[in-house]
Design a protein around this ligand. Structure first.
Ligand code: NAD
Ligand code: LMR
Length: 334
């Protein structure tokens, strides 16, 4: 009884604080007060992915339709003119959410105060190459840019590495920016995740939005393992396992897996250039879910720092199923 009486006051105070917070939020929304802009860095912004990505960010596809943004774009000197052109086009598109654009070849200016860094700068592979073959060129970029990010970005900056080999570049960034929280450095395997959703939806002739909970395990390379063992389809009449609906384990265990593993190479073969619009879209999905949260009952794939889950050696960047809440990812267990 005494215990309950002693708890009464703090509970009432907590209740009042919660109510006041709800009222302030309500009035804030009612007055339509604009949010503070979030600063997003895109490196390699004059390249193919950059060109597809920056308008998506400026339109709210990454951080939501009510979140103003400032975009910092970095590229190297030979691409400076092209970068200037991208800036001109961003201005010409008159995006209401876009509150500022910086286009620069100076890595320090680019990294200053950024809240989110999407690291696309680097060289893509050509037809017939594996992604690890661009390692010697690209890894040195990530060594050099790690310390600029560490020194000049916002302290809680979230980093998404897109440039290949993505897991390795993210690991290098983590090694060379030791004060960055490990949780803040991730790499893109959402493109592979979305490709898996796309293959299932094509096979079943349904909308990709009705398929969920595929998993990409491992590396953004041909060794990745696309897993449908827990994937489901929303049939409109409850969730059904993908395996049951597809009803063809031979396809799921062979062709489906190699198609997802080799999709990047197939696109290079067809386009003579590596994937760009799907990569940009996946980068938006990755950051969107990381910052704004994954829907209830849904996980996504992200290349994250391994904590030893599932027997994966700790300290490497590995793609796991994750859920996100309040800007933090956690590996789905079990
Ligand atoms: N993880 C994924 O799912 C995924 C998907 C598609 C592409 N990629 C990779 O993304 C990278 C970019 O692809 P792209 O098609 O946009 O290539 P791109 O060649 O069209 O553009 C890359 C840009 O990076 C710039 N750059 C080079 N060095 C730089 C540096 N030190 N700092 C800043 N910018 C620099 C280049 O000048 C160029 O403008 C490649 O490594 C590609 O393989 C990854
Ligand atoms: O395949 C590539 O080299 C580009 C990218 O990693 C992709 O998966 O499309």
């Amino acid at each position: 009884m005494e215990y309950l009486v002693s708890m009464e006051k703090p509970l009432v105070l907590l209740g009042c604080a919660y109510l006041s917070w709800k009222i302030v939020r309500h009035i804030w929304g009612f007055l339509n007060v604009e949010k503070e802009p979030v600063t997003v860095l895109v490196t390699g912004a004059a390249g193919q992915i950059g060109y597809a990505l920056v308008p998506m960010i400026a339109r709210g596809a990454m951080l939501g339709p009510d979140q103003p943004v400032i975009i910092h774009m970095l590229d190297i000197e030979p691409a400076a003119e092209a970068l200037k052109g991208v800036k001109m086009e961003l201005i010409d598109a008159a995006f209401p959410l876009l509150k500022g654009v910086v286009a620069t070849t100076d890595v320090i200016e680019a990294c200053k105060g950024v809240d989110i860094a999407v690291m696309v700068g680097g060289f893509p592979r050509k037809e017939g190459m594996e992604r690890k073959e661009v390692m010697s060129k690209n890894v040195s970029i990530y060594k050099a840019q790690a310390s600029a990010l560490e020194k000049h970005a916002a302290p809680d900056c979230k980093v998404l590495v897109v440039a290949n080999p993505a897991n390795t570049n993210a690991l290098i960034l983590k090694e060379f920016a030791p004060s960055f929280p490990e949780k803040n450095i991730t790499c893109l395997t959402r493109l592979d995740h979305n490709r898996a959703l796309g293959q299932i939806s094509e096979r079943l002739n349904i909308n990709a939005g009705d398929v969920k909970n595929v998993i990409i395990w491992g590396n953004h390379s041909s060794t990745q393992y696309p897993d449908v063992n827990h994937a489901t389809v929303d049939t409109g009449n409850g969730l059904k396992p993908v395996r049951e609906l597809v009803g063809d384990d031979c396809w799921l265990n062979a062709k489906f897996i190699t198609t997802v593993q080799q999709r990047g190479a197939d696109i290079i073969k067809a386009r003579k250039l590596s994937s760009a619009l799907s990569a940009a879209s996946a980068a938006c999905d990755h950051v969107h879910d990381w910052v704004l949260g994954t829907p209830k009952g849904t996980w996504v794939s992200m290349g994250v720092y391994s904590d030893g889950s599932y027997g994966v050696p700790p300290g490497i960047i590995y793609s796991f199923p994750v859920t996100c809440e309040k800007g933090e990812w956690s590996i789905v267990q079990g």
